[in-house]
Design a protein around this ligand. Structure first.
Ligand code: UT7
Length: 335
């Protein structure tokens, strides 16, 4: 059966860094609290003239270069984001135009921080069905634009960034081995932007209440993630007849170092196989997993035959995981 594999990865983060010390000047917080509760030390913030499609375009260009492809080789662009430049048009179409990809479809996908996994599943299915040879999944977020800068429980967490992967058809072994997507909409209130949609169109009153900004029940999300991430990981590994010990690289959604530690402990996966970029980039929502994936790829850490497990969770509430058998040759670090 025709398979689908990741043939290239890319990422982009804006230049400007916000440190915990910078945040101490904005809200009633401390570097010590942020580090001990989240593991974060800094995150990036988009320049005023940058929007999500700009970040995504850079990540997409890097992924195409890594795959050795041109924009016109793409048959589909899936943009996972909850912070598109505008509601209409979608960021996927803006990225398609920026790339000059003239022979492909494009759409946005809003599954919160799990978006990249959803996109990977859609792209792989499309490629496997033979509708195109190469599809691009680009996850890009400027969550600092949706952040309530007076709410210390959320504003210290989020950063901006983008990650992308080219999904290509292959004959034979490897690539995406297993996928699981879950939605628990009944828990949707745990992470939301209450105003600005068709339920509560923005009014001056709603804007004054900052209803256009993220509201989050962190502790409940924390508990859900620590319980459910290992369950998804275990099911994916069992489905393809592997043991957890066979997982070479585990990339989880980068929301909190304590979640990564607790889930890895439950799964009995040693720290050196667990990827963490929380300290440097904070929570970049949908971009966090492809950004982490590209970073380890560029470090030369991924080798053909490696089992790479991705598990994400986020707004919706959504959950999802993908088990990939790496097929690309290792990158030379620094290139
Ligand atoms: O990416 C989408 C999914 N998101 C997540 O999965 C987030 C998951 N949740 C978390 O990562 C954690 O719950 C947080 C990092 C958001 C919060 O950490 P926590 O250990 O769960 O803290 P908490 O919300 O229970 O708050 C503990 C205390 C509270 O004070 P009191 O009531 O005990 O006096 C908060 O007011 O910490 C206080 N607090 C802060 N203090 C200093 C909350 N935020 C801050 C802050 N600085 N930035």
């Amino acid at each position: 059966m025709r398979g689908a594999t990741l043939s290239g990865t890319g990422s982009y983060v804006p230049e400007q860094v916000i440190t915990n010390r910078d945040l101490e000047r904005i809200v009633d917080t401390t570097d010590e609290w942020i580090v001990s509760h989240t593991g974060m030390r800094e995150r990036r913030i988009a320049a005023p003239e940058q929007a999500s499609s700009d970040l995504g375009t850079e990540a997409a260009r890097a992924a195409l270069a890594d795959a050795g492809l041109e924009p016109d080789d793409l048959g589909l662009i899936i943009c996972a984001t909850i912070s598109p430049d505008t509601l209409i048009p979608g960021a996927g179409s803006l990225i398609q135009a920026n790339l000059g990809a003239s022979r492909c479809g494009a759409f946005d996908l809003a599954s919160g921080c799990t978006g990249f996994i959803y996109g990977l599943g859609m792209a792989a299915g499309y490629v496997r069905a033979g509708y195109c040879e190469h599809a691009l999944v680009v996850a890009t977020e400027t969550l600092t634009r949706l952040t309530n800068w007076t709410d210390r429980s959320t504003c210290v967490l989020f950063g901006d960034g983008a990650g992308a992967a080219v999904v290509s058809g292959i004959e034979g072994e490897g690539g995406l081995l297993a996928l699981e997507l879950i939605s628990m909409g009944e828990a949707g209130d745990l992470l939301k932007v209450p105003g600005g949609g068709s339920r509560r169109p923005l009014t001056p009153e709603l804007l004054a209440q900052r209803a256009d900004r993220i509201v989050m029940n962190g502790p409940e999300l924390f508990k859900l993630a620590v319980r459910l991430v290992p369950e998804v990981a275990e099911r994916l590994v069992a489905r393809v007849g592997l043991q957890m010990d066979d997982i070479d690289v585990l990339i989880m959604h980068q929301a909190n170092q304590r979640i990564l530690d607790a889930a890895a402990k439950r799964l009995d996966i040693p720290d050196e196989r667990v990827v963490s970029i929380v300290e440097k980039y904070g929570n970049t929502s949908a971009a966090s997993m492809p950004l982490a994936l590209d970073i380890v790829n560029r470090q030369g850490r991924l080798r053909p035959g490696d089992n790479v497990l991705l598990v994400g969770f986020g707004a919706g509430f959504t959950l999802g995981g993908a088990l990939i058998r790496w097929t690309q040759p290792p990158r030379v670090p620094g290139h």
